[in-house]
Design a protein around this ligand. Structure first.
Ligand SMILES: Cc1cc2nc3c(=O)[nH]c(=O)nc-3n(C[C@H](O)[C@H](O)[C@H](O)COP(=O)(O)O)c2cc1C
Length: 275
C-alpha cells in the first residue's frame, strides 16, 4: 500500500484531511495481572450497577408515577406527560446513543519478534490536538491484546474503510488467546512501523495508520482507558479522500460516513484547526 507520512503531506492534503474531520458523524495497568479472570467487556461492576438502574427505570411503580403526571403535549410524541413524550432510555445502553468515532483496528506486539496481534475497537476518543497529540482508547483485560499492550506500551491504530467492515467485525469476534493468527486468517498485511514495534496495517482499503506509545495508565485499572501519545501517522493517499469510515452503533449495526458538510466558515472560533 502506498503509505505516505502525514508530516510529508502538502497543503492540499492537509485541507482534505480537515474536511474529512467534518465527515465523521461522530485498573492502573500495573495493577492488573494478565492471568486474572477477564471481566466482561465494559466492566462487570459498572454493568451490574447500570442494570440495577435500568431495572429501576422500568420498575412498575416508576412507570405508574410517570403515567399519573399528565402535562402538555409538546409535539415530541403522543404521550401527554411532562417529559413531552420522551420515553425513558436504559442507561446501560446510552453508549449506543453516543458511540464515538470510527471503528478502528489496534495492532500490538512486535512485528520483528512475530508476536504481533490485532483487534477491533469502537470506544476511543481524541483527547488533545497536539503538544503532544493524545488519544484515549478503551481496551480491557478481556482482550489478549491487553497484556501485550501492557508489556510493550506501544501500538498502532489503523483506520479501516467500509470495504473492510465484515473482516473488521470478524477480527473483533475472535481472540489470539484461542490460538488464532488473525493476520494470516484475515489476509492482513503487517508492515514495519517507524517508531513502534507493532506493525502498520497494510492493504488498499486502509485509510490511515497512527503509531502510538502509552502516555498514561492511571485510568487503565478502573476504566480500561489507556492514554496514548501519537508518535507517527501515515495516510493512504488513494483512500484519504474516497475511503468511508464506519461507526458501530453499539448493537452490531453500523453507520457509514456519508455526505460531507463543509461548515468551515461558521467555525470562526476554531480557525487554527482548519489548516
Ligand atoms: C465492532 C467491535 C467493537 C469493539 N470495540 C472494543 C473496544 O472498544 N474495546 C475493547 O476492549 N474491545 C472491543 N471489541 C472487542 C475486541 O475486538 C475483541 O475482544 C477481540 O477478540 C480482542 O482480540 P484479542 O483477544 O486477540 O486481543 C470490539 C469488537 C467489535 C466487533
Amino acid at each position: 500500500m502506498p503509505l505516505k507520512r502525514k508530516s510529508e503531506t502538502n497543503e492540499a492534503d492537509e485541507t482534505t484531511h480537515a474536511k474529512r474531520r467534518t465527515r465523521s458523524s461522530r485498573r492502573d495497568a500495573e495493577g492488573v495481572h494478565a492471568g486474572e479472570a477477564a471481566p466482561k467487556r465494559g466492566g462487570s461492576e459498572l454493568h451490574s450497577h447500570a442494570d440495577r438502574t435500568e431495572d429501576l427505570a422500568e420498575d412498575s411503580s416508576v412507570k405508574h408515577q410517570t403515567e399519573e403526571r399528565k402535562g402538555p403535549v409538546t409535539g415530541l410524541g403522543d404521550t401527554s406527560n411532562e417529559t413531552g413524550g420522551l420515553k425513558p432510555y436504559p442507561i446501560s445502553k446510552v453508549y449506543r446513543l453516543i458511540e464515538p468515532g470510527p471503528v478502528l483496528l489496534v495492532a500490538t506486539g512486535s512485528l520483528a519478534e512475530g508476536t504481533h496481534n490485532i483487534m477491533t475497537i469502537g470506544f476511543h476518543m481524541v483527547m488533545q490536538h497536539e503538544s503532544p497529540p493524545l488519544i484515549g482508547i478503551s481496551l480491557g483485560p478481556w482482550d489478549a491484546s491487553f497484556a501485550v499492550l501492557k508489556k510493550h506500551r506501544e501500538c498502532v491504530l489503523a483506520v479501516p474503510s467500509v470495504e473492510m467492515v465484515e473482516m473488521v467485525v470478524d477480527v473483533g469476534n475472535c481472540s489470539s488467546a484461542d490460538g488464532v493468527d488473525k493476520w494470516a486468517k484475515f489476509g492482513l498485511e503487517p508492515l514495519p512501523a517507524k517508531k513502534v514495534k507493532a506493525p502498520l496495517v497494510g492493504g488498499p482499503d486502509v485509510i490511515a495508520n497512527v503509531e502510538c506509545v502509552v502516555e498514561d495508565t492511571k485510568m487503565v485499572g478502573k476504566y480500561s482507558m489507556w492514554v496514548l501519545r501519537v508518535v507517527g501517522a501515515w495516510q493512504n493517499p488513494t483512500r484519504m479522500e474516497t475511503g468511508r469510515m464506519f461507526h458501530h452503533r453499539g448493537d452490531g449495526t453500523f453507520v457509514v460516513d456519508g455526505e460531507v458538510l463543509d461548515l468551515q466558515e461558521k467555525m470562526v472560533k476554531w480557525k487554527e484547526y482548519q489548516d
